[in-house]
Design a protein around this ligand. Structure first.
Ligand SMILES: Nc1nc2c(ncn2[C@@H]2O[C@H](COP(=O)(O)OP(=O)(O)O)[C@@H](O)[C@H]2O)c(=O)[nH]1
Ligand SMILES: [Mg+2]
Length: 676
């Protein structure tokens, strides 16, 4: 029909906003190619893409799922990627290993903007992508409007490949603009060829003209023909389309209704024809086509039953069962169909397969038949930093050791999670990308590791300090049977500047407190500082040991330590103690239409706005900087996402401690007292 299609197995990511129909599309692609004989539905939770218990129970994809199929003798591996912002890192990790991506979007304009971060990633990594506008069976907006909204956020020109044929409100079929043929959708099956409707001739011609012009921008020979009014042969259009798409110069736009298989076979044909083969992708990412086997880990699954599975993109094949990759013996090579594994002897370049028992191998690693290999720049990416935390504890104390083991494992599976034992609050904190992300992680802990857990809101590590100096006297004297105890100290306690911490000095002369006991006084003082008059660790206080007395027999280190502590507990309440709360510097990033709302959000949370301006390298985005109390930070991401259609993010770092007084402080102090 046309020039030879690219050869070799190819891998394609299915990406896009949450709930746009990616999993439904995968199901239809698998059905249309015969990989499955019956289609599951999202509603019944029996799709190939959402096979995990965590995905099923929520009716949404929470991790990448992979399915290999064959279309007209060519192997395609599809990676159904979660669309929710909380799982975007999964998507990014998968995208580095594909030949192209299908961006699925709703036919609603106001959801289009949410795709900007994804488009940016695709641009940065120069990944060819096409757009599939889904749900055309639902008469929401026009394909043109959606196209315009998408073009506004896409650096690459979008090229409409089809025009819809409408019957009333609904779309009943399409005209293919290269072939100039019309098709009528039939539910759950291939479309049938029809005549181009008379009344659509002009629209078709116009749309075709636009498509050709967009393609000709990157092709001189096509441009010449257009200028000379010569109708270019279809073969040339196909070739230009393939070339422009593969090189990331244009974005073809197709549409349909995934669930009804409308437009799905048309999409398959476009993929078969246009997706670059593995050799071309190697060139794009800067890897040599010849050399020992090479594979990159896109994802790690850890299951207590089947053990570890490393999902890898085979950059150079053949990758054989039993071979040694970067010093690790390959336990098995499997193609995947959702949760189903099919053991194979070897995998070719271009495939994405699961390797069994690759101990010590992490997501992102490049595995080679020839020792260690660095990951080339285009294949690297940083997992996003965490924005939301929950405190986790085991229901049973005896499970505490199991908890840290299990946390270690789920963090390995998902590098956008991390956990810490917080020293300030003594809580175990699990950090991630949002509430659902963490709830899914906790489900995994419960299901896979059989760990009953309780969760809590992370505590704020408040501190306290003083505002007034005092001089105090502390004496410890005990006569109990034989040996007594005697220690006697005078301390000057004074406030220090913010961030100065703790300073201990002495001005002892004439040995009124013998040298060897002075460190013990300091120990006693420090011991008291762990919990001041308000119930929190004390900071920014200076203490000077000015005087004292001792007893030749009864004095000891112990006795002076106690005297130091006594002096502190008498003196500190008189020093006008005040609560200190941690303040974070927060930089919130949103499309600039939301900037005023973000400022209100931050001010409403006791934030002090420091300024705002255009976000570096992000067209149409702003960054708003503020100082925000940590107490207000916990669920900021939830509100931020809800006001910005899910795309808002922020960076944060500890900045300083700040005095907190009045009602808020009283509440904190009494809550801490009540918790004791
Ligand atoms: N009307 C309509 N709904 C669809 C279509 N494809 C998917 N859906 C629905 O859209 C919702 C989200 O689908 P899903 O495949 O889970 O989206 P994903 O989050 O992108 O994987 C489900 O309720 C589907 O039934 C379609 O072609 N037409
Ligand atoms: Mg899904």
């Amino acid at each position: 029909m046309t020039e030879k299609a690219p050869s070799g197995p190819r891998s394609v990511a299915i990406v896009g906003t949450y709930s746009s129909g990616k999993t439904a599309l995968l199901e239809s692609l698998l059905f249309a190619t015969g990989a499955i004989s019956r289609k599951g539905t999202i509603k019944e939770g029996n799709t190939v893409g959402d096979a995990s218990a965590e995905a099923r129970s929520r009716g949404m994809s929470v991790e990448v799922s992979t399915a290999t199929t064959t279309y007209l003798d060519e192997v395609f591996t599809f990676l159904d990627c979660p669309g929710s912002v909380e799982f975007l890192h999964e998507t990014y990790a998968a995208l580095v290993g594909v030949d192209a991506a299908v961006v699925v979007c709703d036919n609603e304009i106001d959801r289009a903007a949410a795709l900007y971060p994804l488009f940016r990633f695709l641009d940065e990594h120069q990944i060819p992508y096409l757009i599939f506008v889904n749900k055309m069976d639902r008469a929401s907006g026009s394909a043109r409007d959606v196209l315009e909204a998408l073009q506004a956020i896409s650096k690459r020109p979008l090229v409409l490949r089809q025009v819809p044929i409408r019957k009333g409100e609904a779309v009943s079929g399409y005209i293919d603009l290269v072939h100039e043929r019309a098709y009528s959708y039939s539910d759950n099956g291939a479309s049938s060829l029809i005549q181009i409707p008379e009344e659509m001739q002009t629209e078709e011609q116009d749309a075709r003209g636009e498509m050709l012009e967009a393609l000709a921008d990157f092709d001189d020979s096509l441009l010449e023909k257009l200028l000379e009014d010569v109708v270019p042969p279809k073969e040339e259009i196909y070739q230009t389309l393939h070339k422009d798409f593969s090189e990331g110069l244009v974005v073809p736009v197709l549409f349909g209704a995934a669930e009804r298989e409308n437009g799905v076979r048309r999409l398959l044909k476009a993929l078969r024809h246009d997706v670059p083969g593995p050799e071309m992708t190697l060139e794009r990412v800067g890897l040599d086509a010849s050399g020992p086997p090479l594979a990159q880990v896109l994802k790690t699954y850890v299951s207590p039953h089947s053990g570890r599975l490393s999902l890898v993109r085979v950059w150079r094949g053949p990758l054989k069962d039993g071979a040694t990759l970067s010093g690790v013996r390959v336990g098995s090579v499997n193609t995947m169909l959702g949760s189903q594994l099919g053991k194979v002897q070897s995998a070719e370049a271009g495939m994405v397969v699961a390797l069994g028992r690759m101990e010590g191998v992490k997501t992102g690693d490049m595995l080679s038949g020839d020792g260690a290999v660095a990951v080339p720049e285009p294949l690297r990416f940083q997992p996003p930093h965490a924005v939301y935390a929950m405190a986790v504890a085991t229901e049973k104390r005896a499970d505490e050791v199991k908890l840290s083991d299990a946390l270690g494992k789920i963090v390995e599976e998902d590098p956008s999670l991390f956990w810490e034992q917080n020293h300030g609050t003594h809580q175990v904190l699990l950090w991630g990308q949002g509430e659902i992300h963490l709830l899914v992680a906790l489900d995994r802990l419960r299901n896979k590791y059989n760990l009953p857990l309780v969760t809590d809101r992370p505590k704020v590590p408040y501190k306290e300090t003083i505002r007034k100096p005092v001089s105090v006297h502390g004496r410890h004297k005990k006569q109990s049977g034989g040996h007594g105890q005697f220690g006697d100290v005078h301390l000057d306690i004074r406030p220090l500047g913010r961030g100065e911490g703790f300073v201990f000095e002495d001005t002892i002369v004439g040995g009124v407190v013998p040298r060897q006991y002075i460190p013990a006084v300091e120990t006693g003082v420090k011991d008291y500082m762990k919990k001041g008059p308000l119930g929190f660790p004390v900071v920014d206080v200076g203490v000077t040991l000015t005087s004292g007395s001792y007893h030749t027999v009864d004095s000891s280190e112990m006795a002076f330590q106690t005297a130091g502590r006594i002096a502190m507990s008498e003196g500190m309440p008189q020093c006008n103690p005040v609560l200190l709360e941690p303040i974070f510097k927060v930089d919130v990033h949103v499309p600039n239409e939301y900037t005023p709302q973000v400022q209100r959000l931050l001010s409403g949370r006791r934030g002090q706005i420091l300024g705002f301006g255009a976000r570096d390298g992000w067209d149409g985005w702003d960054s708003v900087s503020a100082n925000l109390p940590q107490a207000e930070l916990h669920d900021l991401i939830i509100e931020l996402r809800s006001l910005s259609r899910g795309v808002g993010t922020y960076d944060f770092s500890f900045d300083h401690l700040q005095e907190l007084s009045g009602r808020l402080a009283d509440d904190v102090v009494s809550a801490a007292a009540a918790a004791q």
